[in-house]
Ligand binder design. Sequence first.
Ligand SMILES: Cc1cc2nc3c(=O)[nH]c(=O)nc-3n(C[C@H](O)[C@H](O)[C@H](O)COP(=O)(O)OP(=O)(O)OC[C@H]3O[C@@H](n4cnc5c(N)ncnc54)[C@H](O)[C@@H]3O)c2cc1C
Length: 412
Amino acid sequence: MNITIIGSGVIGLSTAFYLSKEGHDITIVDRGDGTNNCSFGNAGYISPSHFIPLASPGIVAQGLKWMLSSTSPFYIKPRLDASLIKWGLKFYTKANEKTVRKNAPHLNNILQLSRSLMIDMNHDLDNGFQLETKGCLMLYRKASTGHHEAVLAAEAKSFGIEAPVLSKAEVQKMEPEFEMDVLGGVYFPIDCHLHPVRMMETLTQFCNKSGVKILFNHEVTGFEKKADHIIGVLTNKGDISTDQIIIAAGSWLPAIAQMLGISLLLQAGKGYSITYSNRPNNINYPAILVDDRVALTPMGKELRIGGTMEISGINDHVNMKRVKPIVDAANRNYTNLHLEVPAPEKVWSGLRPCAPDGLPYLGKSTHHSNVIVAGGHAMLGISMAAATGYLINQLLNGNATEIDINAFRIDR
Ligand SMILES: Cc1cc2nc3c(=O)[nH]c(=O)nc-3n(C[C@H](O)[C@H](O)[C@H](O)COP(=O)(O)OP(=O)(O)OC[C@H]3O[C@@H](n4cnc5c(N)ncnc54)[C@H](O)[C@@H]3O)c2cc1C
């Protein structure tokens, strides 16, 4: 088959990884130059621990509180935009216990499958992702946060996920080089982390070696249809004839889907990261500072810290008022880390593709015979990438999928 994948982020490249092994003729089209998209500057976590969708009880009240502060980790820019209003209403109606109970098992299934596939993929590619399987810490300074994390740890056990609750002294023992100012933590040994830039470079090299054509600087502008079949992808640099299309366009998914008459609710959730190079010493474990929603990732001699979720449309504006609290939170928890607030041009920003119910969109278009949508992975795109590509391969082969993906269907 001639397969066209739209988007060369982690979802597009992981899909190419599995499809290329079947001998298909694959073309990836991306309007970028292959050096940046959301898949490069993220925290690099593979997080089966994140089986609770973002739309969950308490998040709306917390979000409204955060909206009042210009330095908080969450912000929605008020706009008179029909798609934002519909997305907000859907998020609001899904943020309840019943939906969490329904969706958490599906998230757990895809996250667990993806963890094991990602480890295999990294192994196949000679550890090009610099993947480590040492787990992740959830750290807190507030007793109320600690209580919430302990409840999550108990729920994790019901999914077979080990999650010991740690005292301050136990956390300190895991990070002997730093003075930890925390109340305690929860340790998820199942979680992994990798170096996102190395992962993207390794997957791109794999594609180049395997005969997958990548057309950078090609923007998809439309499609050529024959009844319910798409026969061509139109780009600003010419047309590509195709037998099958996979749309993996991250936060631009609704715009591309709209060209095909498919309506999808999705908002870009901007986040920031800062990478400190050549550190004389580094933290041992990746950690999420839960009170501040900040993530720290050790990557050899590099330390990456990141956070914030700004729903403010598609833009790469860096708001330093929200960047400084990320650095401050890291220094507050690791008191002798001494990180400096960087100049704005040193701050990376990326757009998480956020579906309102916290589940990805993964499935065939009901309007077309040869279109598959793969997107909306929000804060878990690295964590779910391998399973997404693997499941798409099973869908295309007409096989039963390894896990039930009905909950991810695009017309839900
Ligand atoms: C601060 C931060 C930290 C994060 N940390 C983690 C983490 O630790 N673990 C985790 O699992 N996830 C994390 N994420 C989320 C993760 O990065 C994303 O879910 C993931 O990168 C999305 O991948 P994607 O391939 O769907 O989209 P992208 O990487 O954005 O790729 C989409 C591609 O589509 C292309 N495209 C768009 N429109 C067109 C068009 N018209 N024509 C051609 N090409 C087009 C774009 O140019 C882009 O290259 C984080 C995100 C942020 C912002």
